[in-house]
Design a protein around this ligand. Structure first.
Ligand code: ADP
Length: 395
């Protein structure tokens, strides 16, 4: 079965065509600058990247270009659109309505629309992508896979904020968590890779990318995660602040003469390791600056690693123990010195790092020593494959 996986943003769209039997990626790429001018990047498996500039006033033209590229006589991945059996769509926010993936019916789409308020930058774009695909591929089954779904098993004590209860009742203000597809994929893979008994397992997943979050997975179910109502809460990220004293918002607004949008812009786009270091949000640049002795870059890396270590400690408490800690996403899979810094805080758990094994990049690997009391590993995430698997399971 061939599944087209679509991840639609407000002005961009990432896609992969996956053969679900072999789990091979047949072709992948992205559309950028939708609504501005338009640029298609297309790559057939084993082929070179092809870039085509072409007007994309809306997502419909973008998806049409993707489909044309996929069936192109010379470089296409399939002969005709009839060889695409299903489409899996990433949907950012499923609120409390969706605890698992669903086949996209008109009723489901209406329910997703009701979640728009909770993710105003993401959900409307996801819906536009879904509608465009439905128009261009009538009759092909479509599935929605939610970033929030995996975290719906969190108990009330983990998802309620210490706010007036009526805000939860009236406005659905609670913690939802994000990156759920990745936390689900990586926690399952960790259990499988380490041969743990799922029904008796305690796993912590650290998804450290530009956006970063961490989750506590008890017996295969999420019991806590660091992101909240929005993806701003929790860890210090590339440009996002993560947890702060909420009173800072008023204080900075007055000092810098900012309104609420201005403050939110600072917390989302000008904070995190970029704001701290003044160097970059990218850990490759930060590592260079760190090695050159740039003090602000050093501080940024220390703050980043310390926050991750504190969350790991709190999740050990939440689960009354831990069997395995998995690092994933861009930083988690690639950045040795950050993993080393985080693991250095975990001596109290009996964790010891195997420095040689920690030289790994982007492959499943145990990086703790054989006598370490808790196993630490690198497990690459693959959200597109997870979406394809969910899609196949439903159609
Ligand atoms: P997102 O999907 O949230 O944009 P990623 O998971 O791609 O984020 O992670 C991006 C981060 O991962 C970058 O900031 C970069 O610091 C880090 N990263 C990615 N690839 C590498 C690499 N090869 N070496 C070191 N760091 C990397």
């Amino acid at each position: 079965m061939n599944v087209l996986v679509i991840n639609c943003g407000s002005s961009s769209l990432k896609y992969q065509l996956i053969n679900s039997d072999t789990e091979a990626v047949l072709a992948k790429g992205l559309c950028e600058r939708i609504g501005i001018d338009g640029r298609l990047v297309y790559q057939l498996a084993g082929g070179e990247k092809e870039i085509t500039e072409s007007p994309m006033p809306t997502h419909k033209e973008a998806i049409q270009m993707v489909l044309d590229a996929l069936v192109n006589e010379k470089t296409g991945a399939v002969k005709s659109l009839s060889e695409i059996d299903a489409v899996g769509h990433r949907v950012v926010h499923g609120g409390e309505k969706f605890a698992s993936s669903v086949v996209l019916t008109p009723e489901v789409l209406a329910q997703i629309e009701e979640c728009n308020e909770l993710a105003p930058l993401h959900n409307p774009a996801n819906l536009i992508g879904i509608h465009a695909c439905q128009e261009l591929m009538p009759g092909v089954p479509m599935v929605g896979v939610f970033d929030t779904a995996f975290h719906q098993t969190m108990p009330k004590k983990a998802y309620l904020y210490g706010l007036p209860y009526e805000y939860y009742e009236k406005y659905k203000v609670r913690r939802y968590g994000f990156h759920g597809t990745s936390h689900s994929f990586v926690s399952k893979r960790t259990i499988e890779f380490l041969g743990l008994d799922k029904n008796n397992s305690k796993v912590i997943v650290a998804h450290l990318g530009n956006g970063a979050s961490i989750s506590a997975v008890l017996n295969g179910e999420c019991v806590d995660t660091s992101m909240g109502l929005t993806p701003l809460e929790g860890l210090v990220m590339g440009t996002r602040s993560g947890d702060i004293d909420p009173a800072i918002m008023e204080y900075i607004a007055k000092k810098e003469n900012l309104d609420i949008d201005g403050v939110m812009n600072v917390l989302n786009k000008k904070s995190g390791v970029e704001g701290l270091s003044g160097v970059s949000s990218d850990f490759r640049d930060l590592e260079d600056a760190y090695n050159e002795g740039n003090q602000r870059a050093i501080d940024a890396c220390e703050v980043f690693a310390y926050r991750v270590a504190k969350y790991i400690g709190s999740y050990v408490a939440a689960m009354n123990g831990v069997d395995a800690i998995a690092f994933t996403a861009g930083i988690g899979e690639n950045t040795q010195f950050i993993r080393e810094k985080i693991v250095a805080y975990l001596g109290y758990l009996g964790v010891t790092l195997d420095k040689e094994a920690n030289k790994v990049r982007g492959e499943d690997k145990i990086i703790s020593t054989p006598d370490s009391k808790v196993t630490v590993c690198v497990i690459p995430t693959n959200e597109e494959l997870a979406i394809a698997r969910e899609t196949v399971a439903l159609v």
